[in-house]
Design a protein around this ligand. Structure first.
Ligand SMILES: [Zn+2]
Ligand SMILES: [Zn+2]
Length: 151
């Protein structure tokens, strides 16, 4: 199973960051933390991820779903990450959230703005992963959906 997610690599930042929470992606492997526990005082301390909490690293399972959830988030520094989930994974209708992910590839931002490829090319080098053309990522997502029986 794979999933896709948007990240931003803003000028001056040493690492790509997630568009909403600004979580730094310093390495190609990222482990979830639980912000809800700290911010909202979620009942008991727990290791991510838990069904009753919203923690985990989120990814969606289809190209157009990524547009629905924000696309490039209006940033010219956006690119797409293809992620492989590890550890505990909770699957939902539009994708999944995981305890841990590894970046297996990157591509252009999912939107119709026509951004530069530079953030994605820079991220490919940073993570040590291939740069995929948009159509390659779409094909990977479709093949993944078929393999899970949702074709
Ligand atoms: Zn949590
Ligand atoms: Zn855009």
């Amino acid at each position: 199973m794979i999933g896709i997610k948007t990240l931003h690599w803003n000028p001056g930042d040493p690492y790509p960051v997630s568009p909403v929470k600004g979580t730094p992606w310093d390495k190609a492997i990222l482990t979830a933390d639980c912000a809800s526990r700290k911010v909202l005082g979620f009942p008991a301390a727990h290791l991510p991820i838990q069904e009753a909490c919203a923690c985990g690293i989120y990814a969606v399972n289809a190209w157009f779903t990524l547009i629905d959830v924000g696309g490039c988030f209006d940033s010219p520094y956006a690119f797409t990450c293809v992620l492989d989930p590890h550890g505990k994974v909770i699957v939902h209708e539009k994708g999944w959230r995981a305890e841990k992910v590894s970046v297996v590839g990157v591509g252009r931002a999912v939107c119709f703005c026509g951004h530069s490829d530079l953030p994605a090319l820079r991220a490919a080098q940073h993570f040590g992963v291939p740069f995929f053309e948009t159509q390659e990522i779409i094909d990977m997502m479709v093949a993944d959906a078929y393999s899970r029986g949702f074709g």
